[in-house]
Design a protein around this ligand. Structure first.
Ligand code: AR6
Length: 190
């Protein structure tokens, strides 16, 4: 399943159901943890598909960067993934939405987009950060992700041309599809 939505300035938001490790993009965002230690979910999938090189890079930078707070991210190469970079973003653990979770989640998307911009990336893919093990309600998280990405794509002059939301499973895909449908963005026919 896949849909593409066009912004007035020609940039695009793509919505795809599937495995983020199989979808080509200049940069792939990962839902990592503060220790950059790898784990399950999309993080596990990215390390498995990308190969040991990604963890080697994280091992090297860990003493220097220490624990990465929620809302921040670090960049590595992408190993065997169909990408040049992986941005390891640390999402917030959801408690009740009143402990800075919305701000931290919004920051994940913004920081990754800035990192993409700095590196000259044209396409960036995102999983639904924090909505697995970290327990963020899917629709609340999707609203934040869409607001941040759309705001960025509408306000910036150059660089990132397309953001790909890769949703794992039909239920997650449908949440984005509904919110994008309500957003007034036009579905692209190309
Ligand atoms: N492609 C795209 N999305 C995926 C994939 C995949 N291959 N696999 C899972 N998802 P989670 P979090 C979706 O738990 O909540 C890890 O152990 C999944 O359905 O991966 O931010 C880290 O090391 C869900 O919607 O990340 C951290 O310790 C979304 O990705 C912790 O989990 C995020 O689920 C981070 O938890």
């Amino acid at each position: 399943m896949e849909k593409r939505y066009r912004l007035n300035n020609g940039r695009a938001i793509r919505l795809v159901e599937g495995d983020i490790t199989r979808i080509a993009a200049d940069a792939i965002a990962n839902a990592a943890n503060s220790a950059l230690a790898g784990g399950g979910g999309v993080d596990g999938a990215i390390h498995r598909a990308g190969g040991a090189e990604i963890m080697r890079e994280l091992d090297e930078m860990r003493p220097r960067v220490g624990r990465v707070p929620a809302g921040q991210a670090v960049a590595t190469g992408a190993g065997r993934l169909p990408a040049q970079y992986v941005f390891h973003a640390v999402g917030p653990v959801y408690r009740d939405g009143r402990h800075g979770e919305p701000e931290a989640l919004a920051s994940c998307y913004r920081v990754c987009l800035e990192m993409a911009e700095e590196r000259g990336c044209r396409t960036v893919s995102f999983p639904a950060i924090s909505t697995g093990v970290y327990g963020y309600p899917a629709e609340e998280a999707a609203r934040i992700a869409l607001r941040e990405v759309r705001g960025f794509l509408e306000s910036r002059a150059a660089g990132v041309q397309e953001v790909i939301f890769v949703q794992f499973g039909e239920a997650a895909y449908r949440v984005y599809e509904r919110l994008l449908g309500e957003s007034g963005l036009k579905e692209a026919q190309d």
